[in-house]
Write a protein that binds this ligand. Structure first.
Ligand SMILES: Cc1ncc(COP(=O)(O)O)c(C=O)c1O
Length: 312
């Protein structure tokens, strides 16, 4: 894992890497190694539901800055400090972001990093979609930026990179200052994946990465088709996302709210989508579609959506 990670990030010792049962466990170990009840974490909305849920469970407050459609779902560095309070202990970045696909630019990460250093914050960097980046966008590992390696905990997974979701394999890369605590928590809650799963993970990491590039190209083809097709439907809009593999659709013009829209569409057309309101604040009326099916299936989804919209 260390050899693999150093192709994008800094060099770590094997002892800094803790294998986990998927990145969900990695996230928990990372957050619980640093945060306590009553602390605050700077993060963005929309973002992955699992992030909010762990924090909620821990009694940690999410201080949420917007990634809005108007700013192309990129953070506004000028207002970031408004989201810091004396209780803020950390910043949680999801790069590329689920569900907006935002690929944080180097400049944005440097801006966030400066705030982390100025306010002595830990940085959690969930990078599980790092291979799925399109067009001219470039994935930058947070921990490569000046002064950030020693305060950044990286959350990684085999689920997306190698489509190995069911194997439950991920890892957390922990710098020295948090390592003792992380090892302790790992020992208590998630003592290591099964040995045969390690063998599968090793085979994936040592094998050709051409599989990953094939996946990236397949997602890229789907994203180009689907986002354009959705944009062409009455009352919906969908930006051509930069990374990960989720279409983030604005369906607000129908005034239904995410859950009602998804429920009615499922009843009418037997297709399940994710209600956008699960992904943070000010997200109601959005719908998330994971582009994990090939283009012919997505075409069918578009036909069904079009038919459904005609009934509203
Ligand atoms: C941003 C992000 N982090 C973590 C996870 C958890 O993935 P896993 O536990 O399968 O590694 C997901 C799953 O969708 C995700 O989108």
């Amino acid at each position: 894992m260390v050899d693999y990670y150093k192709t994008f990030g800094p060099i770590y010792e094997p002892t800094n890497v803790i294998p986990t049962a998927g990145s969900s466990a990695a996230l928990y170990i990372a957050l619980a190694s640093v945060l306590e009840e009553g602390d605050e974490v700077l993060m963005w909305s929309p973002s992955y539901r699992g992030h909010y849920r762990i924090l909620e469970e821990m009694g940690v407050k999410a201080s949420v800055a917007p990634l809005s459609q108007e700013t192309g779902y990129h953070p506004d560095l000028d207002t970031l400090e408004d989201y810091i309070s004396p209780d803020t202990k950390a910043v949680l970045i999801c790069n590329p972001n689920n569900p907006t696909g935002t690929v944080f630019t180097r400049k944005e990460l440097e801006g966030i990093g400066k705030i982390a250093i100025d306010y002595d914050l830990t940085v959690f960097s969930d990078e599980i979609y790092l291979h799925f980046v399109y067009d001219d966008n470039e994935f930058v590992a947070t921990s490569t930026l000046k002064g950030l390696k020693e305060r950044t905990i990286n959350i990684m997974s085999f689920s997306k990179t190698f489509s190995m979701t069911g194997w439950r394999l991920g890892y957390v890369i922990v710098p020295e200052r948090y390592l003792d605590k992380a090892n302790k928590i790992n020992g208590l809650v998630a003592p290591r994946p099964a040995t045969f799963v390690y063998a599968a993970g090793t085979a994936a990491l040592r094998g050709s990465m051409s599989y990953v590039e094939e996946r990236r190209q397949a997602y890229d083809e789907r994203r180009r088709y689907f986002c354009k097709a959705i944009d062409g439907l009455d009352g919906l809009s969908c930006h051509l996302f930069e990374g990960a593999f989720y279409a983030w659709i604005n369906a607000r013009s129908y005034g239904l709210g995410s859950e009602e829209f998804v429920k009615r569409f499922q009843e009418a057309e037997n297709v399940g989508l994710s209600p956008g309101n699960m992904f943070g604040v000010n997200t109601d009326g959005y719908i998330r579609v994971p582009l994990v099916q090939p283009v012919p299936v997505l075409k069918d989804v578009v036909t069904r959506l079009d038919r459904f919209l005609g009934t509203l």
